[in-house]
Design a protein around this ligand. Structure first.
Ligand code: CO
Length: 251
């Protein structure tokens, strides 16, 4: 039996040496203070680590994770994280990032009710039950899980937007933006789902989460956004080359 995790400590030494070799002042800088611009609220899933998927160094993103990235407004843990992030670190962006293939979402939609996690996931379970008639019309189990995962993120962003901590920051004029994202295990890409909320007015203008159930939008990854931009500039070039190609004859 391995009683000590020496092999992990060895890996840590190798990592620390490599960091110092590349950048001798790295740890001196890290020890001074953290000043991240982002708070990441994600799933505890071991495959979705904020720094890795965003390509950020330690010190650049403040992180809170739990099963299925649920925001309970009475959870002391997330409230403390939010307070520290907003009032002391003064992060500019709060990102709720879920992921496709989330075991937490699958559990919330199952009939299992025997563990503590079923209490934790109850808002998702209740949301699914409320709209069951609609969800049952989706084409497959995967489509259902994907859609509930997306809506769960939107629901959590809305919850953060109603928190007094966040409202007070906006009332003080603090620059604070909320984002809803989802990560695809199968391609390593994050999709921007929204909503994007930067003020009390924007929050109050959002359609309710119940309305959103009936109006699915295709989430766009950064890669897709690049492709669309490339396509639209290509189209513009074509139009310039032959301006009359598609115009009706006005004569
Ligand atoms: Co998950």
């Amino acid at each position: 039996m391995t009683r000590k995790l020496d092999y992990l400590l060895d890996r840590n030494v190798a990592w620390s040496l490599a960091k110092t070799r590349d950048d001798p002042a790295y740890f001196r800088r890290m020890a001074e203070q953290q000043s991240p611009s982002y708070l990441w609220i994600g799933c505890s899933d071991s495959r979705v680590t904020a720094n890795d998927v965003l390509g950020l160094d330690p010190g650049e993103v403040f992180v809170h994770r739990n099963i299925a990235n649920v925001v309970h407004t009475s959870d002391l843990n997330i409230l403390s994280v939010l307070e520290f992030a907003i009032q002391h670190l003064r992060v500019r962006h709060i990102i709720v990032c879920g992921h496709y293939g989330c075991g937490g979402i699958e559990r919330a939609l199952s009939e299992e009710r025997s563990a503590m996690v079923d209490h934790w996931l109850q808002p998702i379970t209740m949301f699914h039950r409320k709209h069951r008639a609609h969800f049952d019309r989706l084409s497959s189990r995967t489509a259902l899980l994907d859609r509930v995962s997306e809506l769960n993120i939107e629901m959590q962003v809305r919850r953060i937007a109603t928190m007094p901590l966040v409202e007070n920051a906006w009332s003080r004029g603090q620059d604070l933006h909320l984002h809803g994202w989802i990560y695809g295990m199968h391609d390593g890409l994050i999709r921007d789902l929204g909503p994007h909320v930067s003020s009390i007015e924007e929050r109050d203008a959002l359609p309710s989460i119940d309305q959103r159930v009936f109006h699915a939008e295709e989430p766009a990854s950064g890669l897709r956004r690049h492709a669309l931009e490339a396509f639209s500039s290509l189209k513009l070039t074509d139009d310039l080359a032959s301006p009359s190609c598609c115009m009706p004859d006005e004569h």
